[in-house]
Design a protein around this ligand. Structure first.
Ligand code: SAM
Length: 212
């Protein structure tokens, strides 16, 4: 997603530190305290403008959601969306997903969502893909046993790469959709990219994979 300068971004970040958390490393192992309950915590990596995390938080009040987004001008859009919705079970982190072990303790997370992650099609950039084995090692560490990754993408190359990467890492594939919108999937919450690509008639791929 292209970064745009948003003049209000710094002010929004400064004024909304209870929503876009700035002391994330200090909360490692204690995220439940922030939410004030024992509900499972689901993590979305590359939240974008926040339609998915907002919709999921509204639909699943018994789950806590944390969205990670690297780009400042984009995370503030997600923050504004969450704020407007009034949900209390979601927070955002303006950080790079490369350092998840610094932010979350072992087994602290119950599920991970990767929605329309950047495909990094060049082979020499493979290590930047969010399904490269170094990322999977982090996910395995922070996820509780039996924790799942759900991946959605329009990009066939990234999808095929991820299926192989999951299998080589020993994850169990629980579901593979080659055209998600052709099926009845009532729990599906659309992301901004998903709406854009499906409006163009492109199939949406989805898989769920479990650490065993
Ligand atoms: N998930 C959204 C959707 O489906 O509409 C946005 C998809 S966009 C293609 C990918 C997003 O992931 C961008 O907003 C980008 O800034 C973010 N991103 C990419 N690499 C990241 C990383 N290592 N850590 C956190 N966010 C990242």
């Amino acid at each position: 997603m292209r970064e745009r300068h948003r003049a209000w971004a710094d002010d929004f970040l400064r004024d909304n530190t209870s929503l876009i958390i700035t002391d994330a490393e200090e909360r490692k192992g204690r995220w439940k305290e922030l939410f004030g309950n024992d509900h499972p915590i689901h993590l979305e990596i590359g939240t974008g403008k926040g339609q998915f995390i907002t919709g999921m938080a509204e639909k699943n009040p018994d789950v806590n959601f944390i969205g990670i987004e690297l780009a400042k001008s984009i995370i503030v859009m997600a923050g504004a969306k969450l704020k407007e919705s009034g949900v209390t079970n979601a927070r955002l982190l303006h950080v790079d997903a490369a350092d998840l072990k610094e932010l979350f303790a072992q087994n602290e997370i119950s599920a991970i969502y990767l929605n329309f992650s950047d495909p990094w099609p060049k082979k020499r950039h493979a290590k930047r893909r969010l399904t490269f084995h170094t990322f999977l090692e982090q996910y395995e560490h922070i996820l509780q046993p039996g924790g799942e990754i759900t991946l959605k993408t329009d990009n066939q190359g990234l999808f095929e790469y991820s299926l192989v990467s999951f299998s080589e890492f020993g994850l169990k594939l629980k579901e593979v959709h080659l055209d998600l919108h052709s099926a009845e999937v009532p729990e599906n919450v659309m992301t901004e990219y998903e709406e854009k690509f499906s409006a163009k008639g492109q199939p949406i791929y989805r898989c769920r994979a479990e650490f065993t």
